[in-house]
Design a protein around this ligand. Sequence first.
Ligand code: ZN
Length: 265
Amino acid sequence: MNADLENLVILQAQDLELKRLREELAEAPRRVAACEATLAKSESALASAKASLLKEESLRKSHELDIASRRDKIARLRKQMETAANAAQIAALEHEITFSEQVISTAEDEELASLERTDAFETARAASISAVETNTAALATERVRCASLTAAHKSTIAGIESERATLRATIAATDAGESLLSSYDRIAKAKGTALSEAIDHKCSACQMMVRPQRWNDLTNRDPHGEFANTVFHCETCGRMLFYDPRRDAPVRWSPGDRLAAASQS
Ligand SMILES: [Zn+2]
């Protein structure tokens, strides 16, 4: 492989690694925000369970007061019956007593229903308390992770950016360097990557076949021959093709591995 192309392979590995690191850097605060939202949701569920419990308690208190006052009233009515003057008065008093007894019965049913709802709200409150604890701990963990990832990635990015600047200067200083760099930048901007490894007669980026003649020119480079410094482009996707004779079998590398491998070459 010619030296410029070899340097471009390293440049691409650096660019891919920078992209990955920057994506993780942007993702870290989003993960913290997601934990904050989850915690806020459980806190709001807890507040709502507590409010419901208070509401039920005050509802029952009001029913109890109602029941007590109705009982007092019934006692008074019964006393009045003792001194009732005629049957019509007695019937009216009995009617009032029956009505108050119905009110008491309804209030007692509602008290019971309130107690059942209270059971459900107490279960919800217990679950919310435990969720708040879990989510508080998860948020603390995520904040620590975010802070350490941010510090580490910023420093790694600064290191790679400085190596990248040096590498670009090295490439730019060669005869074809400026033009290769501008092709590289243009293709990378359009396609995400500017270089593609030719593996097994194919462009590994777009998977299209490389014509046999071109494959031969690419793989059997005579260092002094006609194509020694020619950069071939994939006829389908336009990426610059490079061929690494050390690798015959197709392998998918993760960006980290690619950078490590490329830096060693
Ligand atoms: Zn291609």
